[in-house]
Design a protein around this ligand. Structure first.
Ligand code: NIG
Ligand code: FE
Length: 421
């Protein structure tokens, strides 16, 4: 079969191995690394990836051949945990953070997430759409081709719906593929202060059914945290969501360990997020229940804390992990997944192979898109990040600079010379 495009002469091609499940434990150190290779694309899909020069049968008169000598190719990066859609910004909290005021204290004073809730309630659909599209533009030039996006800055139906509709529209309009998550349980809204159980009731009885009815989200998530939602409330919401057919995630063990990981294991959520202060017992629970750990080291960094998720221990005990930005206006204002990957090496002490597996094949499983993305298996979407780097070590070592020079989405060039095409 003739290829539509042949991308040739890569110095390295990173090929994650899709084993039919997320890579766990020692599997996270496995990958096929092709030296001097090519990628053949047909109808927007991967036709073949191999070493050396392309076979003659792949070359037709119409085949476009592009030389990528000296460069690295990986599957398009997947950012599997973001709070993409919000109004305003929170640089006003920056000096408080510098002075050591804890994140949960800022929230308790009505700031933090609640200040973004006010700004989001005031923002129009167009404002939210433009702001989110701009963030996606930043993400794609950093090599990201799929993004999970949560609601949760409305906490009332009108605003939550507006956020989810922004994601729905951007799914159609933007080159990045989006996966939508309903996170109405992101904080206790001021009007429900002291009545968290009643708010959970409202989410279960009114909001979740509407989200389902209007097909506005695939996943449901909750912030299980001290002074936010308890493990019992998280279990109640997530089990109701599961009955309604939602896939599940949970923000657990971010600041205090209050039982979120046990909820994740008991309900077999797809993933558990953060896990900075997870106990050994809970690592074993998640490992046993095959819950993916979505780790967000940019949040620890941005909160100016020292406690990073124990990623190596998680892998040693058989877990599958991903790395993701948490992109949001408070605890991690960034759109740069490459920097998060570098924190994966610098702070979590992961190897470059583990890091690239985390943001490709494992992240594909975390957003339940593994049949289409996350590796270079024949027939998967030709989503490709091309790095101005000769091997996978280089973009981890040369930090805080965008090294992605080209991005292909479904076989089309969407970023060239670090600019949107
Ligand atoms: O994942 N922890 C809760 N939610 C976000 C923070 C959102 C915010 O601060 O606006 C997080 O860190
Ligand atoms: Fe988050």
């Amino acid at each position: 079969m003739k290829a539509d495009k042949l991308l040739i002469n890569f110095s390295q091609i990173f090929c994650p191995v899709d084993k039919g499940h997320p890579l766990r434990g020692e599997e996270m150190s496995e990958a096929t690394i092709i030296e001097d290779g090519y990628i053949a694309i047909k109808d927007g899909k991967i036709l073949e990836v191999n070493s050396g020069s392309p076979r003659e049968e792949l070359k037709g008169e119409e085949t476009e051949v592009i030389d990528y000598s000296g460069k690295l190719a990986t599957p398009g990066l997947i950012d599997c945990h973001t709070h993409l859609v919000y109004g305003g910004s929170r640089e006003n909290e920056f000096s408080k953070k510098l002075n050591g005021v804890p994140y949960l204290d800022i929230l308790a004073e009505g700031g933090g997430i609640l200040s973004t809730v006010n700004a989001t309630r005031e923002a129009s659909f167009d404002e939210l759409y433009q702001k989110s599209a701009h963030l996606l533009d930043e993400m794609i030039i950093h090599g990201v081709t799929t993004v999970e996006a949560k609601s949760g800055y409305g906490l009332d139906w009108e605003t939550e719906k507006r956020q989810l509709n922004v994601v729905k529209e951007l799914t159609k309009d933007h080159d990045i593929d989006l996966v939508s998550t309903f996170m109405g349980a992101h904080a206790i809204p001021t009007e429900f202060k002291g009545r968290a159980d009643e708010f959970i009731d409202l989410l279960i009885k009114e909001m979740l059914p509407k989200v389902k009815e209007e097909s506005l989200a695939e996943f449901c998530d909750i912030f299980c945290e001290k002074n936010v939602f308890t493990a019992e409330q998280s279990y109640r919401l997530l089990s109701a969501a599961k009955e309604m057919g939602f896939k599940l995630r949970i923000h657990a063990d971010e600041i205090a360990s209050i039982g979120g990981s046990k909820v994740a294991a008991d309900l077999h959520t797809v993933s558990a997020e953060h896990l900075m202060v997870i106990t050994d017992e809970d690592i074993d629970r998640l490992s046993e229940a095959k819950v993916i750990g979505n780790l967000l080291p940019g949040t620890t960094f941005s909160l100016m804390e020292d406690t990073y998720a124990p990623a190596k221990k998680m892998i040693e005990r058989g877990m599958a992990i991903t790395l993701t930005t948490d992109s949001n206006p408070g605890s991690c204002p960034t759109a740069n997944l490459q920097f998060i990957m570098q924190l994966g090496c610098f702070q979590l002490k992961l190897t470059p192979i583990q890091v690239f597996n985390a943001v490709t094949i494992n992240a594909a499983y975390s957003v339940c898109r593994n049949e289409k993305i996350g590796s270079f298996d024949t027939g998967k979407q030709a989503d490709i990040a091309v790095f101005d780097a000769p091997n996978i070590d280089f973009p981890m070592y040369f930090f805080a600079t965008n090294l992605v020079s080209q991005v292909y989405k479904n076989g089309e060039l969407v970023v060239n010379e670090r600019q949107r095409v």
